[in-house]
Structures are given as C-alpha cells and as structure tokens.
Design a protein around this ligand. Structure first.
Ligand code: NAI
Length: 465
C-alpha cells in the first residue's frame, strides 16, 4: 500500500509547501541492498576507556583477517569494518553514525561530556544517520549513583530518538553484567543498528544477556547452511521474511493454509525453498513441520511463528468465536508447535525461535482485547521458552511490529490509517521487509546472546515503550 502523503512531502512544490505549513515530513527510509557499504560517511565513537577503544577499533580496522599468505579455503576473519572513525567531533564533518560507549558511567555527571559531544554533531548528521548507545542496564544491586547513570541512558536515548529527523534513528544495546563489548551479539547488534537493515527500528534498547553466539564469516550470508520454517508465508510480512531469510543464505520452508496454496507455492518458488500447506492450529502441526524439514532438507534450525489473524471487536461485543480463533492461531498454535520441537530431540543445534508479537500486545489497543491477549502472550511465551533452549545454544525472541503496510493494515479506515502512520518518530508506516530484517538478525547465529527478548519494529510508536 503506497503512502501518498510521504511521496508528496518528498517531491517538488508540495515538499516546500509542507515545510512552510510545518506539516510532518517523513523521510524516505533507505533499505538494505546486498553489497551496500555499512555507512555512507564517517562514524564518531564517543566515550573513554577500554570498551570505547575496542568499539573504535572494531569499526576502523580493516576487514579480511590475517595478512597473506592465507590458504584459499580459510574463512575470512572479520576483524574490522574499515570505516572512517573519529574519536572527537570534527567541525564541518557530517557524520553517518555516532556511537556512545557508556558502559563505564558511574554517576549521571559522567554522561555530560559524551552527550554534549554528540549534541554538537546533530544539526549536520547525514540523512538516515544512526545514533547507538552501548551501556549496561541499571540493577537493584548497583550503587544508587551507578543505577541513576545507567537508567539515565535509557531516558536520554528514547528522547533523542524522538528529536532525530531525516530518517535518522537512535537505538541502544544494554549489556548484562559480564557481557564484553566484543560478545558476538553486541558486535552483530551494533552492526544491525548501524545498518539500513534496522531502518524502522527506533528508540529501542536491546538487552544482550550473554556472550553466546557466533559471528558469521560473511555478513551478507549470516544464515548460510540453516533451514528455516516461516508460518503464514503466503503473503505480507511472512512472504517478506521468507525472502530475507533466503537472501541471507537460509533454505526456507514456507507454511500457510491450503486455501493460500497458490500464493504459497509462488513464494516458495521465488525463494527456491519448499512449500508446506498446513493450518498451524492442527494438533500435529509441530510434528508435520519437523517431518517436512527433516525429509526435504535434512535439518531444522529456525522457526518463525508469523501466522496471525485479527478479529477486532470491543470486548462488550466479543463473541466466543472471535476471541477463541485469535488466541488459537496467534499463541496456542505456537505453544503446541514449540512443545513438539522441544520434545523431538531434533531441534538442538543452536536452534532459533522468533515469534511475531505486536505493539498492541504491549501498549494495548482499543477493539483488540483478543489480539492483544494473544500478542502479550507471545512476549511472555518467548521469555519462558528461551531458558528451555539455552542448554543447546538456542534462543527464543519476539519482534513486535507497530504499523506495517500490509493487507492487514490496508483494511483500517482511511483517516484512521493516515493518523496511525504518523504516530511514530519516523512519521510513517514500516514495510514488511523491516520486520523481516529484524527477524533475520534474531535468527542468526550471532544473536545467540539475546535471550527471551521482544524487539519493537515500530519507528518508536508514541504508545508504549
Ligand atoms: P496477513 O493477514 O497479511 O498474513 C497472515 C498470513 O498468515 C496469511 O497468509 C494467512 O493465510 C496466514 N495464516 C492465518 N492463519 C493461519 C493458520 N491457521 N495456519 C497457517 N497460516 C495462517 O498478516 P500480516 O500483516 O502479514 O501479519 C503477519 C504477522 O505480523 C501476524 O502475526 C500479525 O499479527 C503480525 N503483525 C502485523 C502488523 C501489521 O501492521 N501488519 C503489526 C503487528 C503485528
């Protein structure tokens, strides 16, 4: 579905008019293209101490691993991203990224210097620039001043993200106590937030729980050799997930109801995967998914629970059918399938579960008590499922999309839809590919240290956090 307003405020006369009238001017967001450089300009790394130095080194040192001679079949060691990196803001430089390394803050005063240094760059940031904080979450066991400084990063980051314009985003990584900045999920999370893959992720602090995970040998193919099942893959977000996972190197099993068989086959062909016609609410859905993956592809590594439905009604008018069908597809089916996977003994090689929640399940939405109960359920489900997978190096996480341009949101009445699109810091709806990129990141081996979390893909929606 095209956002005509976004097109108008980005072209010719109407662009000027919107500026004069002070109307919201959403920027055209850049999306990932294979081979694209990570950043289109210099990066500024702020903060002092060994963590800041390590991040600056990661960003600036050349890629490619040890010097020659190297055997032809040796994997490329990713020691650096070969970016132009500054440690102090230089005048007249337009930065593409500002990384604030704040892991060492012990008092709110410690924020002053790096934050004001970042402030001096903001008016001339490049369009689509990235601001990323790296910090530690405030704990009950912290000294009060330490907890104040750490929690202060949270408030700072979320407010800054609301001030950025021109498609720029602000996100943060919050590293659990003994997780080093060199942990695979910190490195991959930083790369995700810096890249155009996170175009519609804004104002989010992602916690990294451990140093588990494995960096890819090729950042363009982080899912090479993996077999991934995507439910609800015949259209919308599910079809985009299938495409992005395949682009990232996975072999994809596309699942959807038999009624969507033709569209499903088209998606499976496009991604050179296989199709499985299946209603995810079937009692034996988990067994059938495993059986298909095993017999057709020899293994199963990733399951993306994307199939979902809405049956919106105010609770006062809710029928048993509308309530129960939404719960059955959106959460009960996921629980049953996970149970089958976990008890099979065949889902034990660093497996990944990624499930679709929704901002409605976090912030609530009028007319969606059934949907929000199911999606809130997904947030709880991944939190409780993750510990069952950690003994095998596995994870379960969720992605909570906000307003995404799909058939589901095209059914919203026109005026409500226009308003809903503007109610986030990026002032536009996201695209299915934005959700898919975030899922691909959480499904990757490098994200093994992110455990039971829900990452929002909502452009920093005004409601909820
Ligand atoms: P969609 O309605 O366009 O596609 C959903 C797909 O799931 C369809 O292909 C449908 O046939 C399939 N499906 C439904 N019931 C099924 C079942 N029992 N078994 C197998 N497949 C089934 O939806 P859309 O917009 O692509 O959403 C995908 C997911 O993202 C859903 O879980 C939805 O709740 C979630 N989401 C979407 C948002 C949006 O703005 N579009 C916002 C937040 C979450």
């Amino acid at each position: 579905m095209t956002d005509t307003y976004l097109e108008l405020v980005n072209s010719g006369f109407t662009k000027k008019l919107a500026k004069q009238l002070g109307l919201p001017r959403p920027a055209r967001l850049r999306r990932h293209q294979p081979g694209q450089p990570l950043l289109d300009g210099p990066a500024l790394v702020l903060g002092t101490g060994p963590d800041a130095d390590a991040v600056a080194t990661l960003l600036s040192s050349p890629a490619g691993g040890p010097a020659d001679p190297r055997p032809d079949d040796a994997p490329v060691v990713l020691d650096g991203w070969d970016l132009e990196v500054h440690r102090h803001p230089a005048p007249d430089v337009r930065y593409a990224a500002v990384v604030l390394v704040l892991t060492g803050v012990e008092h709110p005063d410690d924020l002053t210097q790096p934050v004001l240094a970042a402030a001096s760059t903001l008016k001339s940031l490049r369009s689509g620039a990235r601001v990323v904080t790296i910090s530690r979450p405030a704990l009950e066991t912290d000294a009060p001043a330490v907890a104040a400084a750490r929690q202060g990063v949270d408030g700072f980051l979320r407010s800054l993200a609301k001030e950025l314009r021109g498609g720029a985003t602000g996100n943060g990584l919050a590293l659990a106590a003994d997780v080093p900045v060199s942990a695979p999920s910190v490195v991959a999370g930083l790369r995700f937030f810096l890249s155009t893959r996170s175009a519609f992720v804004d104002g989010q602090l992602l916690e990294v729980d451990s140093d588990a995970g494995e960096l890819p040998t090729d950042w363009e193919k982080p899912l090479a050799g993996k077999v991934a099942v995507v439910t609800g893959a015949a259209r919308g977000i599910g079809a985009a997930i299938a495409e992005v996972l395949a682009r990232d190197g996975a072999t994809v099993v596309a699942v959807d109801v038999p009624a969507a068989g033709e569209q499903l086959a088209a998606v499976a062909n496009r991604v050179k995967g296989t199709a499985l016609q299946l209603d995810v609410t079937a009692d034996d859905a988990g067994e059938r998914i495993l059986e298909h993956a095993r017999t057709r592809h020899g293994r199963l590594d990733v399951v993306v629970h994307n199939a979902g439905i809405t049956r919106d009604k105010l609770l006062a008018n809710m029928s048993d059918d509308k309530w129960s069908s939404v719960l059955a597809v959106n959460i009960a089916a996921q629980l049953r399938i996970n149970e089958a996977l976990l008890t099979s003994g065949d889902f034990v090689d660093a497996p990944r579960i990624v499930a679709l929640a929704s901002t409605s399940g976090i912030a609530g939405n009028r007319g969606q008590t059934n949907y929000a109960a199911s999606k809130g359920g997904v947030v709880g489900m991944v939190r409780a499922t993750a510990p069952l997978l950690t003994p095998f190096g596995g994870t379960a996480n969720a992605v909570a999309p906000g307003f995404i341009e799909t058939d589901m949101t095209a059914r919203i009445p026109a005026v409500t839809r226009q308003v809903a699109r503007r109610l986030n810091s990026l002032q536009q709806g996201g695209l299915p590919v934005d959700v898919a990129e975030t899922i691909a990141f959480l499904a990757s081996p490098a994200a093994g240290g992110i455990v039971g979390r829900t990452l929002r893909v909502c452009g920093q929606n005004m409601v909820g956090r």
